[in-house]
Ligand binder design. Structure first.
Ligand code: MN
Length: 231
């Protein structure tokens, strides 16, 4: 059974909103996408197009621009190419249930080889990303079994900045996870736990005027939830 078949077996087409697998190749043939995914745990799905599928790794802490930081990347099953377009809510109880954001995307170029499959089989792939948040040279190295490390190479795009915190929103729609969940019928409270503290835009703007006592009081959790659900 192919890796893509494993994915299709887990999915129940028609029950969930992700696209069906139809497309065979992107224009460049080398798309990459990073999808921030608040499922049972927050993680970042790092995907590289090769031979018509998205080779995929789940990175709990997300990519780091700091070459001194090695990020654990768990290899997961290939995903269909069309999945790179998906941002929205997968219903709870379904495979990957939760909120999905397109956190970054662009093209990539393998370094030192044209054969991505062979490089991955050997357990080391160097590549250059041309995304909005992620650029420059990187490497994926297998440490054992399905366990890999994603590491930034030293170049002009390396930075000590924690890009997952400084740039937390969708590269396509600029939405936070909570906003995606609110717009698309997801679990807003659960999604919000994947947004950095302070990125929620339910701030003080819509606290009522003319009632200082009310405005000064911290809104209850229930009020915040209701407010978020309205958006
Ligand atoms: Mn995922």
């Amino acid at each position: 059974m192919s890796e893509l078949d494993k994915y299709k077996q887990k999915r129940r087409i028609g029950r969930t909103p992700e696209p069906k697998a139809e497309k065979r190749r992107s224009d460049s043939g080398r798309v990459f996408v990073v999808q921030k995914h608040r499922a049972s745990h927050l993680h970042y799905d790092f995907r590289l197009e090769d031979r018509g599928v998205l080779k995929s790794w789940a990175i709990p802490k997300g990519p780091s621009l700091d070459p001194a930081v090695k990020r654990l990347a768990m290899a997961v099953e290939d995903h269909p190419l069309d999945y790179a377009q998906f941002e929205g809510v997968i219903p709870e109880g379904e495979y990957g249930g939760g909120t999905v954001m397109i956190w970054d995307r662009g093209d990539y170029r393998p370094e030192g080889t044209d054969d991505v499959e062979a490089a991955l089989r050997k357990g080391e792939l160097k590549f250059v990303l041309n995304g909005s948040k992620l650029k420059g040279s990187w490497v994926l190295i297998r440490t054992r079994n399905t366990q890999w490390l994603l590491i930034k190479h030293r170049d002009s795009y390396a930075s000590p900045d924690d890009v997952a915190v400084s740039q937390p929103t969708s590269v396509v729609t600029r939405r936070t996870l909570a906003e995606i969940a609110a717009h698309e019928g997801g679990d807003v409270d659960k999604a919000a736990t994947g947004d950095p503290q302070g990125s929620q835009r339910t701030g003080t703007k819509d606290v009522g005027h003319g009632n200082v006592g009310q405005a000064a009081r911290r809104p209850s959790k229930k009020t915040l939830r209701e407010r978020r659900n309205l958006r």
